[in-house]
Ligand binder design. Structure first.
Ligand code: COA
Length: 313
């Protein structure tokens, strides 16, 4: 079915750990409020000198080491991010230089916010399938320095996010199941930031919550229908890690046990495009993702955008 097989993964979290109690020292908030509404207990922010590119490079190097493939065989490098350190060059080009990927590699960034990583996977798959890439492997990254867009006096947003990077090395696998479903509902009011009039991330939290619990179950059902699979035939479910209550709401709508959905926002907060590859790397290294297993990944976020894809571990 020309899906993607994951050959290796990596992650990198920055150096400054901030707990809910740390926030409660400077903001009118509490661990009880943050953890109770979101599941989040701590997150990591970039320390002096750490950048989206530095996190991305370390995560990518770990993924290549894990896959045990030579950088010379990478044909595509895609970085999903909405917080690249600069507008140009692309984060993916910085990773290409830092890791010595070949000059023949196609390198580009994808900005689909928290849907970025699944969007980048489908982009990589289509490029590999097109037969024009110089190498058989794609290095797909999610890397964010969201702290650069946070207003640390706004308790309703700053406690939700974290910085980090995750990466996966993938290749086409003729036997791997594949289906991809995407959606866009352009609405800059619900979740936005980084513009001349709105330098900081801002959102209508309740509207985002409703949007996610409404669209993601439909998206997951559509992926399963396209692939001819039932939810029970999928081994692992890895959703964007925004909020534990969103994941539980999605599970309820699918009539599925929430325990089947991986969760790690407790440790990292919402790292946007990095959240799914960070989760995949944790699972792989903890022995929770076994070779041959089928994984369904789904993201949702600013745009508004959503998307779901299948992977073979
Ligand atoms: N600590 C304490 N109180 C806080 C707070 C904080 N960090 N942030 C907001 N509050 C307050 C609000 O000011 C509000 O007070 P008020 O009633 O006096 O006005 C109160 O808590 C309740 O706010 P409400 O918006 O009703 O809470 P909620 O149950 O909807 O939870 C979110 C808020 C943001 C946690 C929740 O809506 C959410 O997670 N939404 C999705 C956000 C998200 O994941 N975005 C990224 C998606 S990719």
């Amino acid at each position: 079915m020309n899906g993607l097989q994951v050959l290796g993964t990596g992650r990198c979290l920055p150096g400054r750990r901030v707990t809910n109690e740390d926030f409660a020292r400077t903001l009118d908030t509490s661990d009880e409020w943050i953890a109770g509404r979101t599941g989040i207990r701590q997150r990591y922010f970039c320390a002096e000198g750490e950048t989206a590119a530095s996190l991305a490079t370390v995560a990518a190097r770990r993924a290549l080491d894990d896959a045990d493939i030579s950088p010379a065989d990478v044909g595509v490098c895609i970085a999903a991010t909405f917080t690249a350190d600069r507008r140009t060059p692309a984060l993916a080009c910085e990773v290409q230089a830092a890791l010595g990927l070949p000059e023949t590699a196609l390198c580009l960034d994808v900005n689909a916010a928290c849907t970025g990583f699944v969007t980048a996977l489908e982009t990589a798959r289509c490029l590999l399938l097109g037969g024009q890439m110089a190498g058989p492997y794609a290095l797909v990254l999610g890397a964010e320095k969201i702290s650069s867009l946070l207003d640390f006096s706004d308790r309703s947003t700053c406690v939700l996010f974290g910085d980090g990077a995750g990466a996966a090395v993938v290749r086409l696998d003729a036997q791997a199941p594949w289906a991809a479903v995407f959606g866009t509902r352009g609405d800059g009011q619900v979740l936005h930031g980084g513009g001349p009039d709105d330098p900081f991330l801002a959102m209508d939290g309740r509207a985002v919550f409703r949007f996610a619990v409404e669209t993601v179950p439909r998206c997951i059902r559509a992926v399963l229908e396209k692939a001819g699979l039932t939810l029970g035939e999928v081994d692992r479910l890895v959703l964007h890690q925004a909020n534990s209550r969103i994941i539980h709401g999605i599970a309820r709508k699918l009539d599925e046990d929430p325990a089947r959905f991986y969760e790690n926002m407790q440790r990292y907060g919402n790292t946007s495009a990095a959240s799914i590859p960070i989760a995949l790397d944790e699972m792989r290294r903890d022995g929770q993702l076994l070779p041959g297993q089928t994984v369904l990944c789904a993201g949702f976020g600013a745009g508004l955008t959503w998307g779901g894809v299948l992977l073979r571990a």
